[in-house]
Design a protein around this ligand. Structure first.
Ligand SMILES: [Mg+2]
Length: 270
């Protein structure tokens, strides 16, 4: 249905895509990213549904992790954890993150055990998501999809207990929220596996209109969407993702974030 309207954004000429995400670079821009964002807006319209992930997609979740590490540092005196900065996150390997922050190997291994337990118990709490901030350019981009007439579905791996914080975070960040044609679909509980939930949720998404655009940072999720809706524009957001071995299917467009070339101030380093 949409294939004629979507520009061909497969392999970039002369540039092989990395097999896995290189970590967040939300200020990076490119002609290919412009094309993907423009194509999404062109596809958005009445009767159509845009499906948007939250963590690692519309929201940069690194501040939440840093906050948790500093909570732990403050409580336990693990002062090395204050060295961790956003640029040290590339994947979900906390030990590797601590090594990038300059913490010695033996200490990093011990802190990673402590930090992972602290993280596991707190990352998926409703109030903690308020430490995230929107990816730069994401709120106006999502508004442009909404004002084009599309129905928005925020489809997240967060579970229902996190709804209050998530709704507040959407409002705080300036995303379309608490309006007609805007929906938040969450996992029923924390134990449900993310990709399984998103697959099941597609039935509900289809009741809202024709899915035309998907953005997600998890390879298994973009592959799921692309298989279920091959006519839609499915965009892989290159931030970080789970250690699962999946890779985004060939031909799917990749973006680093939601800024266009013309929007990025020259004073900002990627
Ligand atoms: Mg995500």
């Amino acid at each position: 249905m949409f294939s004629q309207q979507v520009p061909q954004m497969g392999e970039v000429a002369g540039r092989a895509r990395p097999p896995r995400s290189r970590g967040y670079a939300p200020l990076e821009v490119s002609p290919e990213q412009d094309a993907a964002l423009d194509a999404a807006v062109a596809l958005a319209g009445p009767g159509r549904v845009v499906v948007l992930d939250l963590d690692g997609c519309l929201f940069d979740s690194r501040p939440r992790i840093i906050h948790l590490l500093r909570e732990l540092a403050g409580r336990e005196g693990f002062l090395e954890l204050y060295a961790v900065q956003p640029q040290h996150f590339v994947d979900w390997d906390l030990r590797a993150t601590l090594l990038r922050a300059g913490i010695g190997a033996e200490r990093a291994a011990g802190l990673a055990v402590e930090g992972q337990a602290w993280f596991n118990d707190r990352f998926f709490r409703s109030d903690r998501v308020l430490h995230d901030h929107a990816m730069p350019g994401a709120p106006p981009f999502v508004w442009s999809l909404y004002t084009a007439g599309a129905t928005l579905v925020y489809l997240t791996g967060r579970h229902e207990d996190m709804r209050p914080g998530t709704e507040q975070a959407l409002a705080n960040a300036g995303f379309p929220w608490n309006r007609p044609r805007v929906h938040l679909l969450m996992k029923p509980d924390v134990r449900t596996e993310d990709t399984h939930f998103k697959g099941e949720a597609l039935r509900e998404v289809c009741l809202l209109g024709q899915p035309c655009v998907f953005f997600d940072n998890e390879p298994a999720n973009v592959n799921l969407f692309s298989t279920a809706h091959p006519e839609a524009l499915v965009v892989f957001v290159e931030t970080d993702h789970s250690p699962r071995p999946d890779q985004p299917a060939a031909g799917l467009p990749w973006v680093r974030g939601f800024l266009r070339q013309a929007e990025r101030p020259g004073c900002l380093a990627p």
